[in-house]
Ligand binder design. Structure first.
Ligand code: ZN
Length: 424
């Protein structure tokens, strides 16, 4: 089985683009060159028509909702949405029901993945049994069963001793602790960022310090244990500052930021719209600026979607009652490309790196790379045509604040192991 991608463009240094031709045989890139080679008649041809080719995107933070919440998303629809967005590897969060806190449960998850997933799926395991307890999981067993890291994402680990024990266990095993950092006593019943906008809209606020204070605690615990500590969805300027200082001090910390925290802030909240409700919430303009700066100076390692599907009925309950979270897989690249690359704030090379190779490096995952001999995990993006983000998605849910936005950089094809899993 041979596929040839014609007329793609790859990024060279300083965002220069070069036309290229890619030959894929038995799932492996066997040729990658700027000149058209012999196009053999037995090959399947894909004309990229000048689209950008990148290594397949990698997402460290996806809620696939299966098992337990398949009315919101399934492994099948979630991975189809990932393919639609150019992702070839995604990491599934363990706040499912049940949570994969035993090797058997993790095994059951991977069995569904084997049958249903169209992109590579790797799973986290929780830090504590059943997510909400203070009982440690057996990390060694779960690593053996395929866990990539440990997290209780959705909630913060409230108890410092529980976090310390988890970090000690992980440090010994050279495993990663990934944290949704949030002090619940400070978050209380908040639904949006605490500030001028929460006052104006008369909605209970979530103060920045609910995140940053727990990150501060965890950084010191990470220093004490030597563990690799990863901060999920960094949202505040204080968190960025703490991580910047911790990296300088030699603490083993990495972190991610979401597209929505880069693209939006609380000032964009004009009315009670639950598609703007996520946790952590959209912060202030100053926080938004600090996140961009953090990416540019290397404090923030990568971009992750925090794809969090919920049904329209759930989201129709309004800011006070609706669950937190928005979907983010399908137009993440296009939104960021349009807002930041077309405007000259980020280079295309950097954006691609933050969404493909960097997350893989961060977690030591088998990454995707555009080179001869590599497995053909790649994506093609049309940088020239404008599309309007529709109100229907490949995902089972459509809780997006970006419906109606005009973007460039839509995905036209995604390939996993040499097989086309999405084509426009
Ligand atoms: Zn989270």
């Amino acid at each position: 089985m041979k596929t040839i991608i014609l007329n793609a463009q790859r990024i060279l240094k300083d965002d220069l683009l070069e036309s290229c031709f890619i030959t894929i045989e038995n799932g492996i890139i066997t040729e990658l060159k700027s000149q058209k080679g012999d196009v053999l008649s037995n090959a399947e041809l894909f004309d990229a028509k000048g689209a950008l080719v990148t290594p397949g995107l990698v997402d460290l933070h996806v809620h696939l909702r299966e098992p337990g919440f398949t009315h919101k998303e399934t492994i099948k629809t979630g991975t189809q949405a990932a393919a639609r967005g150019g992702f070839t590897t995604i990491c599934a969060m363990p706040n499912t029901s049940p949570t994969p806190d035993t090797p058997q449960r993790l095994h059951d998850f991977y069995e569904i993945v084997k049958k249903e997933a169209c992109v590579h799926v790797l799973s986290y395991a929780p830090i504590t049994q059943g997510l909400l307890s203070t009982l440690q999981v057996n990390q060694a067993q779960l690593l053996k069963a395929g866990a990539i890291a440990f997290t209780n994402d959705g909630v913060g680990v409230q108890d410092a001793l529980t976090m310390l024990k988890a970090m000690r266990q992980a440090a010994q095993l050279k495993a990663i602790i990934a944290a949704h950092a949030e002090d619940e006593t400070l978050k209380a019943d908040g639904v949006i960022h605490e500030g001028e906008v929460s006052l104006r809209l008369n909605l209970p606020g979530i103060p920045s310090v609910s995140e940053s204070s727990q990150v501060a605690r965890d950084l010191l615990l990470a220093e004490a244990t030597g563990v690799h500590y990863h901060v999920c969805h960094v949202s505040t300027k204080e968190t960025v500052r703490l991580i910047r200082e911790a990296k300088k001090a030699g603490i083993k910390v990495s972190c991610e930021v979401t597209p929505h925290h880069l693209l939006l802030c609380d000032q964009d909240l004009k009315k009670d719209d639950a598609n703007m409700k996520m946790n952590p919430p959209l912060r202030s303009q100053k926080d938004q600026a600090a996140l961009r700066e953090g990416l540019l100076d290397g404090t923030i390692d990568c971009i992750a979607s925090d794809h969090a599907p919920h049904t329209s009925e759930e989201k129709a309950q309004g800011m006070l009652k609706a669950p937190f979270g928005i979907i983010g897989l399908e137009y993440g690249f296009a939104l960021l490309y349009t807002a930041f690359v077309k405007t000259g704030i980020f280079t295309c090379e950097a954006l691609v790196k933050w969404m493909s190779t960097e997350p893989a490096v961060c977690f030591n995952l088998p990454g995707s790379s555009l080179s001869v001999g590599s497995v053909a995990n790649l994506a093609l993006f049309d940088l020239d045509s404008a599309v309007t983000i529709p109100d229907h998605f490949v995902s089972k849910s459509s809780n997006s604040p970006f419906i109606g936005r005009i973007v460039y950089g839509d995905t036209i094809m995604t390939m996993v192991n040499g097989k086309i899993v999405w084509r426009k």
